[in-house]
Ligand binder design. Structure first.
Ligand code: HPA
Ligand code: ZN
Length: 332
């Protein structure tokens, strides 16, 4: 099973580049850049990764991101992620980055984007694009400002997203920033229905006009919403190990993935913040398969969904679907 999953061609659509910062790299960059960390050792960092909820994770996550200072730091981070993704069968990744996490502490957005682009170019085996995310705990005006700062770099950015603390920060607050981004040609997605209820998914769809919902695990609470997701084939980018670590589903056996998939929702499996949540995308496929008794056929369907739900052009999607067919034929 493990070999089958890691070899299965797939895409990754919900991955925060800042969430791939491994403790070893955190220490190395912290030392080199003279940034003090609130931890004494790599082991101490790992021991601190016990989270009560989304916010308790975000508090550590934003602190740790302070070690990222130079263009080369962002390039190393990106290249390391893409190499890991390649070993998990990822052929294409659509990668979130949070520019405000960096601009708020005085790093130029150009340093961030040029570094990430450099890292992408170093690992050409996996194709990739960037999705600029707004931090929803900051004022909507800050989102508009950071989008304006990103304008000179839009050739490198395919999508716009919304992340950070969800409760009390509903999608509709960011309507203006999304309008500007969509007018500029970016494909809209948003985190919704992770900790907050299904209403946030509705407003992400109706007010922001998103094409995919990130997480969306709470959608199952609302049958009318499930009907819509099925009818319009709106993908959900789910991240099982994240949901477990952040106590959304403390027991993975309770996860809504299989129920929604069986209802006809276009569900995908992804890793979110793999260095914090105990595993990369292959571990997420294996973890949810074990918890929900997924069949090999289910796993193949999830990989096919990841291709369908991507922003790749139709010819590349067709080529990847053929690659999945060939892979399944070669191992059975
Ligand atoms: N939810 C919201 N914001 C985030 C997440 C998440 O799972 N990961 C990184 N930023
Ligand atoms: Zn996320």
């Amino acid at each position: 099973m493990e070999r089958f999953v890691r070899g299965l061609p797939k895409t990754e659509l919900h991955i925060h580049i800042e969430g791939t910062l491994e403790p070893e790299m955190m220490f190395e960059m912290g030392e080199r850049n003279g940034v003090e960390l609130p931890f004494g050792s790599v082991d101490e960092v790992r021991a601190a990764y016990e989270f009560d909820d989304l916010q308790s994770f975000l508090d550590i996550y934003y602190q740790a991101a302070a070690v990222l200072q130079t263009e080369d730091d962002f390039a190393r981070l990106m290249a390391a992620y893409l190499e890991k993704a390649e070993s998990d069968g990822v052929r294409h990744a659509e990668i979130f980055f949070d520019p405000q996490t960096h601009t708020e502490r005085g790093i130029d957005i150009g340093t961030v984007i040029r570094g990430l682009v450099q890292g992408r170019q170093e690992v050409a085996e996996v194709s990739s694009t960037l999705i600029l995310c707004f931090l929803r705990h900051l004022p909507p005006r800050s989102a508009v400002e950071v989008f304006e700062q990103a304008r000179p770099y839009l050739d490198h950015i395919q999508g716009v997203g919304l992340d950070s603390g969800e409760l009390g920060n509903p999608p509709e607050l960011f309507a203006e920033a999304y309008r500007l981004a969509v007018e500029a040609g970016l494909r809209p997605v948003a985190h919704a229905g992770e900790e907050a209820p299904a209403e946030y998914v509705w407003s992400a769809l109706d007010v922001l006009g998103v094409e995919r919902i990130d997480h969306g695990v709470r959608a199952g609470d609302d049958p009318a919403l499930v009907d819509r997701l099925v009818r319009e084939q709106i993908p959900l980018t789910m991240c099982p190990l994240s949901n477990q670590k952040l106590q959304v589903f403390p027991d993975l056996a309770d996860h809504s993935l299989k129920e929604l998939m069986d209802a006809g929702v276009l569900v995908t499996v992804n890793s979110d913040d793999p260095s914090y949540f105990g595993g990369y995308i292959g571990d997420n496929y294996l973890g949810i398969a074990a918890a929900l008794d997924l069949t090999r056929q289910d796993l193949i369907q999830l990989a096919r969904n990841s291709v369908t739900a991507s922003f790749l052009p139709e010819d590349r999607k067709a080529a990847l679907q053929r690659e999945i067919t060939d892979y399944v034929g070669s191992v059975s």
